[in-house]
Design a protein around this ligand. Sequence first.
Ligand code: F6P
Length: 496
Amino acid sequence: MSLKPVAKNSHPLHQTNGIVLDSAYQGINQAGWRSLFQQAKDAKLEQFIADLFAGKAVNNSENRPALHSALRNLDKSPVLVDGKDVMPDVAEVWHRIEALCNKWVGVTDVIHIGIGGSDFGPRLAIEALAHVPDIDSSGMRLHFLANIDTAELNRILQRALPHSTKVIIVSKSFTTLETTMNAKAVVKWLKNNGLTDSQIGKSLFAVTANVPAAKEFGIDQDHIYPFWDWVGGRYSVWSAVGLPIALQYGFDTFKEFLSGAQAIDQHFKTAPLEENLPVIMALSLLYQQEKHNIKSYAVIPYADALDWFPKWLQQLDMESNGKSVDRDGKPVKFSCPVVFGSSGSNAQHSYFQLLHQGTEIIPIDFIAVREPMSNLPEAKAHHRILLSNCLAQAQALANGKKTDNPNNTYPGKRPSNLLILPKLNAFYLGALLALYENRTAALGALWNINSFDQPGVELGKVLAKPIEAALKNDGTVQANAGIDEVTAARINLFNQ
Ligand code: F6P
């Protein structure tokens, strides 16, 4: 089906695999789009995309490829890292995941322990797919344990049944303190509930790129599902990090999820820039940034199932592109704006006032799903209202409204994209995440930023160590090499 532009702006409507991107309310005219595509060409975006998929070391600071696309390469066409095809290892993990899916009979609870990229993806997918009408589910209670705050641990341990619980420890590095400490606490809970060492061994599983550390923790080799250095944590849901998706909804559903992402990779890799959805989404943000110096943007899925999507996207975008220097260490003029959001129409009743009348222009990605997400008799009528709200907000933001009363005046010219998914199932969820992953990578390339490292998260982790020791000692602390005066005084407040 070919779609015709609907507005005077010349580049508003594109689609791939049934997903439609409507950028009519970006306010970009034909000449504007031409110059944006030229900018992308000048930034050698096409070469970057080719390098990304070819396994070149696009993560230049760590001298690694970023080959999460190999994890959804269901055709198993060779993907080389240092001259070796990684697909046999990837496929071996798929076989092991599939085999595990049939084994967990009588399991009531799964505790998935992991944080950041080892948490958001599977948590979002489990939550989103739970809303798919008539989806087959094993019905296990899936508990996500991320925070070191024992409130989360306590809540989970009060609900889970220790003798029928499986535990999956997910950590690329297997050194993340939150994860290893929570894992130790859960093992202790199993012991305290009378499980023998051998029973505990049968309950524990790990997903990691650091297999020796998982073994050292006491996990059976057969229970360790590896992934690899060339997969960034925030891009890892496609690996065995997504194991809960397969365990809960079946291996075929997991494959569908991968297949949706693969379809988008194919599109991103082969579509000309002018028809390439992740590229167009990236360029529209770039335009608003260069024109209005925007500092933030919002993503509002009009689907309750996608309530976790903005949180997943926050890590993806801000950990990837929240940087002040480019690939060569030179200061950049622009990088990642703050991203925030939550599901509509709830968001309308919260911060949309500012989006309509605040002093800042905040571009929005609206995401709508054609089909309702339940089989209730009310589903169609409610869905119409959901969609009408989504469309109305975009129109109000774009056109505004003039009145004699400044308080009631809407300035308008507030840009947005509309992304329409035909339905929300595993395929389109995979496609949606891959669209944004590729958009993030395209933005990094346009800003000349390495989107695949995260050096900025390290300093706080290092500083926390002497602070934790000082809190443990319980005495008065003086400022020293690792603790400044303000923090020393704060520690003393806690130690009082
Ligand atoms: O501290 C940030 C970070 O390294 C993220 O990049 C990552 O997703 C998260 O921590 C968890 O890391 P890991 O999977 O190694 O436990």
